[in-house]
Design a protein around this ligand. Structure first.
Ligand SMILES: [Mn+2]
Length: 347
């Protein structure tokens, strides 16, 4: 059984953001970092922050390449929510490649557009699943920590030393299910949902805050340590501030955990950061934090290369907005797959 919190190797590191199946971007970035893929040598240890897979053109090859580097001892990986999804058997938009499902598609401009991702064969699926199921949730050493979405010491303390993340997430969820039933919250949330049966319809906005729905959604994230570390906390919105996204009305929003004190520099992915100036007036979980700033002790290295599949649908073939970045440690600068010079970051 894999250890869930492992020691980061000492020495300088290149910490690579969410790859999301973007093989070409990964090869270009590794080249810029001086990695010799064929010989499996790297000038500095590589760390992947998770979400290697989904949506992009070739998750199969990305995992194979990363596994090759991990087995050579030049790379480490933590699991992201996308890895957890496939390990848990969850079929989600963008992960049909794993299941060999060619009908996986995205709704784009009123059209149904299939993902053009390479599909895994049954053999590849088994190999990928075996590799991903060995991943830890956290890597740390005295001066640095890497986790996919959120650091929470209380949640981390609830983790066993070893375990498979999918089985653990399911066990925590089962315990929460039982608790929600016995506390009556499950029933109250069901009543609220029944009173507003059209939560999936944007045109029928609920006329009040659904407190039990909010609390139930929040409990599943906040109190499941595996979910919390891989996809972050969700907290109830203020009454009246519910919003419609991803096909339903929501009463919880992402918790900006990085605003609270964090004991050491912590690098995460997950949060679709923008590379260029934030767009004024558009909701941004980073609250318009400049693109290369730290938020206290926290730095997000996900510069949204995972958006490239959308950019391609809009007809773009180069000069993408989203990029694949690597945070060089201890230099604290970001190298991109498609930019010649590194960007300094700001504390
Ligand atoms: Mn993620």
């Amino acid at each position: 059984m894999p250890r869930l919190i492992r020691r980061l190797p000492e020495g300088p590191l290149d910490i690579i953001g969410d790859v999301h199946g973007e093989l070409e971007a990964l090869l270009a970035l590794l080249h810029r970092l001086g990695v010799d893929v064929d010989r499996r040598t790297a000038p500095r240890h590589l760390v992947f922050v998770g979400d290697l897979i989904d949506r992009g053109p070739d998750s199969v090859a990305v995992v194979a390449l990363v596994e090759w580097l991990v087995h050579a001892g030049v790379a480490s990986v933590v699991a992201g929510n996308h890895e957890l999804n496939v390990l848990a058997g969850d079929h989600k938009e963008g992960n049909g490649w794993y299941w060999g499902d060619a009908s996986d598609h995205v709704q784009f401009d009123q059209r149904r557009v299939p993902f053009s991702s390479r599909l895994a064969s049954a053999t590849e699926r088994a190999a990928i699943g075996a590799f991903l199921s060995e991943l830890p949730l956290v890597l740390e050493r005295d001066d640095l920590r890497i986790v996919h979405a959120c650091w929470d010491p209380v949640a981390a303390a609830k983790l066993p030393q070893e375990g498979s993340i999918a089985a653990l997430a399911a066990a925590f969820q089962q315990a929460l299910d039982a608790e929600l039933v016995s506390s009556g919250l499950r029933e109250r949330a069901a009543e609220e949902r029944a009173a507003f049966a059209q939560l999936q319809d944007q045109r029928t906005e609920p006329t009040r805050h659904l407190a039990a729905v909010a609390e139930e959604d929040s409990v599943y994230q906040l109190r499941n340590p595996v979910k919390l570390l891989t996809s972050g906390a969700e907290v109830a919105v203020l009454p009246g501030s519910h919003f419609f996204i991803g096909g339903k009305w929501r009463f919880v929003t992402r918790d900006r955990w990085w605003r609270r004190p964090v004991d050491r520099p912590t690098v995460v992915g997950h949060y679709w950061r923008r590379r260029d100036a934030p767009i004024e007036g558009r909701a941004d979980v980073w609250d318009n934090l400049p693109p290369f700033d730290w938020s206290g002790n926290v730095f997000c290295i996900d510069y949204s290369v995972g958006r490239r599949f959308l950019e391609r649908l809009r007809g773009r073939a180069s000069n993408f907005n989203g990029g694949l970045g690597a945070l060089r440690w201890p230099e604290r600068e970001v190298v991109f797959d498609d930019r010649p010079a590194p960007e300094p970051t700001r504390a």
